[in-house]
Ligand binder design. Structure first.
Ligand SMILES: C[S@@+](CC[C@H](N)C(=O)[O-])C[C@H]1O[C@@H](n2cnc3c(N)ncnc32)[C@H](O)[C@@H]1O
Length: 204
């Protein structure tokens, strides 16, 4: 079992996003998809996704959010509410796309690995860039950070940044794209801070 999420961390707190953020998620969803909404809150986004998707698994750790939401308005049949901890709950194998609207998430890599292992193809999230929502193709190739000359990067561990380099190598094209990387400087910092980090990932 993962350790409890202290209820004083940003990650454990419920805060809805604005409709513009939800819209940037909804426009990426394809008709008939099977969605896993990780940290579904009071189901306000899940209800909107249910109009497009075939099925929405809505996963939330805080039971009171669900009970209040369901009391207020019955759920459509294609929303499956699951009150569990996303870190330890086994993801079903029919998911096509994961949703992670949780900008203070410290378990990005764990969720990405679990989605990939369950057969999901995409993850739509703001966990790496804060307020900006991105769509990640979970099986897209990643290069090692050390092999990136310079430019914007987003790492499998959840970190983002700009790798500096020689100014004359910085082209227009390089500034407008983001490289998917692995083994960034933050990965080693995290591993050093939490020696059981890698083990937790592999046992997920
Ligand atoms: C920032 S809120 C966003 C809620 C919802 N996605 C929305 O946009 O309205 C993050 C939610 O994730 C839930 N959460 C955090 N860690 C979780 C975990 N390990 N398993 C399930 N839910 C979690 C919190 O309880 C909270 O409701």
């Amino acid at each position: 079992m993962p350790p409890d999420l202290p209820n004083t961390t940003w990650e454990s707190m419920y805060a809805p996003y604005d409709q513009a953020t939800y819209q940037s998620v909804l426009q990426q969803i394809m008709l008939g998809e099977v969605i896993l909404d990780i940290g579904a809150g009071d189901l306000r986004l899940a209800r909107q996704m249910a109009n497009l998707a075939r099925k929405v698994y809505a996963l939330e750790i805080a039971p009171e959010l669900f009970s209040r939401a369901i009391e207020q308005k019955p759920l459509p049949e294609n929303i499956i509410p699951i009150c569990a901890d996303a870190r330890s709950w086994d993801f079903p194998c029919d998911i096509t796309t994961g949703i992670l609207l949780m900008r203070h998430c410290t378990h990005f890599q764990l969720y990405a690995e679990k989605l990939l292992a369950s057969g999901a193809q995409r993850l739509i999230t703001n966990a790496r860039w804060g307020m900006a929502v991105e769509t990640i193709h979970l099986d897209a190739p990643r290069i090692e950070y050390k092999d990136l000359q310079l430019g914007w990067y987003a790492c499998w561990c959840g970190s983002t940044g700009f790798k500096p380099g020689l100014a004359h190598l910085l082209t227009e094209e390089l500034t407008s794209c983001t490289f998917e990387v692995d083994a960034c400087p933050n990965c080693s910092a995290r591993k050093a801070k939490s020696p059981d980090f890698a083990q937790k990932l592999h046992s997920a």
